[in-house]
Design a protein. Structure first.
Length: 273
């Protein structure tokens, strides 16, 4: 799918209860189909790991993307996928080789960890899973248990905003955020069970929840959600707030991803000689 925003709005989430926790290694993720510039290394099997964890919302896939040739524990940027996709969205848009290129260019090494949100929005049970179960999974993967950053695409940006209310984060990044200035707009696209749920969760109505947290926004100028994204950026004093050519599509997210990763990496600082 091309990633275009649909009337279905947000990703749906099932609440299949399962107990315990454990992981099994899956085959390495394949390289994204689009050709990469010659200056970027290909995806290597050592840079991507697929893990399946049993959780309170059922089996959850966690994709760990590390820069190549970097061993040991790393700080974590949590990545939340958008509507109609899963954690593999970040592999499909070419994140693993770009992460390696970003670190090789001089930022301190970090991992990006994408997690499945199930078949519903990132609200409710998936947030509980992130808060209560994700830290142990990260520790078992030999990573920092508390992410320093969270980024989300589309409805994943709303999930990132919700997750950012948890103490410990240093950075929040939204790509094409699925935010709405009115219940009428939110209802038209779907994703919320009713107006009360939207009132409780709409980022534009709860800006004080992340006051003081560095915030960045990217959105395409042809995206139908652009007006609300601009308002979000203005009211949060997002820096950067980048609005360039593009729609609510995979093509746009591939185009901006190198800049996004540089920004996230720079927030950690430069590597020491």
């Amino acid at each position: 799918m091309d990633g275009r925003w649909t009337r279905r709005g947000f990703l749906l989430a099932a609440a299949a209860a399962a107990a315990g926790c454990g992981a099994r290694e899956q085959p390495p993720a394949a390289a994204p189909p689009a050709p990469l510039p010659s200056s970027q290394p290909p995806v290597d099997s050592t840079s991507v790991s697929n893990l399946i964890w049993r959780s309170s919302i059922g089996d959850v896939k966690m994709i760990v993307m590390r820069p190549r040739e970097v061993a040991g524990p790393l700080p974590v940027c949590l990545a939340l996928h958008g509507e109609g996709t899963d954690a593999n969205q970040f592999v499909e848009i070419g994140l693993p080789p770009l992460l390696t290129a970003t670190v090789r260019a001089g930022t301190r090494p970090f991992a990006v960890v994408a997690v499945d949100g199930g078949t519903a929005s990132w609200l409710g049970a998936p947030q509980k899973m992130l808060a209560e179960e994700l830290p142990d999974w990260l520790s078992r993967a030999e990573l920092a248990a508390t992410p320093f950053s969270v980024l989300g695409i589309s409805s994943g940006a709303v999930g990132a905003f919700e997750y950012a209310r948890t103490p410990g984060l240093a950075l929040l990044t939204a790509l094409s955020p699925a935010v709405f200035t009115s219940w009428r707009d939110a209802e038209r696209f779907g994703g919320y069970t009713d107006e009360a749920q939207w009132e409780r969760s709409e980022p534009l109505r709860h800006l004080t929840a992340v006051a003081g947290l560095p915030f960045a926004v990217w959105c395409g100028t042809d995206d139908p959600l652009l007006p609300a994204a601009r308002e979000l950026a203005q009211r949060t004093k997002a820096n950067p707030a980048t609005f360039g050519a593009g729609d609510h599509t995979t093509l746009y997210w591939k185009k901006i991803l190198p800049e996004v990763l540089r920004f996230v990496g720079d927030s950690l600082g430069k590597k020491t000689p």
